[in-house]
Design a protein around this ligand. Structure first.
Ligand code: CAA
Length: 260
């Protein structure tokens, strides 16, 4: 499948989706969101893809937000539909069977920060900048920002960022837990691929269930979440990977996981 606003590559079981509207700093318009949704379905249905990296084209931006030219003339009805589309795409990323890594190579503002937050892990280049500047435009975050930001960094810091619209550095983003690691720009993609490959070597069903347990547990009370974890733990014991992983450990050899 070919795309107008995305680049899609696959190598050694790692897919890379590059958001590609550099003249608009990779801003998310409706066409790009629809293409991203199709690309995610392609990844989900491809069992040879073990991890997905999302990044932005050019050296300036990951994604500078939802497309302001497109939003400027929206009616409330159209804006609701646009928010629901963006939210659906972010949720699709969050629930993708494979692990996802955002390689944030520049501005991650508004919808860009929301896109990064929908990924499992965020790596940033030293020049990356994060923020939810919607209040400067007379609107609020609409692709999940008011919800995912507070779950990642806590309500107090989330409200400060949402109410001031301030941009923060990659270093500050790492300090508040918004990004996992910060690298020199040239190192960012190689480090993201290295991490993706490391995760891809582990037991695939266990990776998928770890993600599911964290994602689903966060919205449950602790007793339900622990019982859910125990169910998913039990499910692992119905896999070949569990037998192989534990046998390999006891036989002092490397495990050969097949994701079954
Ligand atoms: N939408 C549409 N176009 C955008 C854009 C956006 N979010 N961000 C940048 N662009 C365009 C600019 O209009 C400009 O286009 P032209 O060359 O045709 O004039 C081009 O990208 C380059 O941008 P700048 O000239 O502004 O570049 P800069 O280096 O001076 O500034 C920036 C970079 C600080 C990121 C600045 O572009 C900026 O503030 N962008 C908007 C950020 C923003 O407010 N994002 C939130 C959007 S709202 C949202 O996302 C809602 C939601 O939650 C769903």
């Amino acid at each position: 499948m070919s795309f107008e606003h995305l680049l899609f590559t696959k190598e050694d079981g790692i897919a890379v989706i590059t958001l590609n509207r550099p003249k608009a700093l990779n801003a998310l318009n409706k066409a790009l969101l629809l293409e991203l949704s199709s690309a995610l379905e392609q990844v989900e249905n491809d069992s040879s893809v073990h991890a997905l990296i999302l990044t932005g084209a050019g050296d300036k931006a990951f994604v500078a937000g939802a497309d302001i030219s497109e939003m400027r003339v929206m009616t409330p009805h159209e804006a609701r539909a646009f928010a629901r589309l963006g939210q659906a795409v972010m949720t699709k990323i969050e629930r993708l069977a494979q692990p996802t890594i955002a390689a944030v190579n520049g501005y991650a503002l508004g919808g860009g920060c929301e896109l990064a937050m929908a990924c499992d892990i965020r790596l940033a280049s030293v020049n990356a900048k994060f923020g939810q500047p919607e209040v400067n435009l007379g609107v609020i975050a609409g692709f999940g920002g008011t919800q995912r930001l507070q779950r990642l960094v806590g309500a107090g810091i989330a409200k400060e960022l949402l109410m001031t619209g301030d941009m923060i550095s990659a270093e500050r983003a790492a300090a508040i837990g918004l990004v996992n690691h910060v690298y020199e720009a040239a190192e960012l993609l190689p480090k993201a691929k290295e991490l993706a490959k490391k995760i891809a070597q582990k037991a695939p069903v266990a990776i998928k269930l770890s993600k599911q347990s964290v994602n689903e547990g966060v919205n449950m009370d602790i007793d339900r979440a622990l019982s859910h974890e125990a169910e998913l733990f039990a499910l692992c014991f119905a896999t070949e990977d569990q037998k192989e992983g534990m046998s390999a450990f006891l036989e002092k050899r490397s495990a050969r996981f097949e994701g079954k």
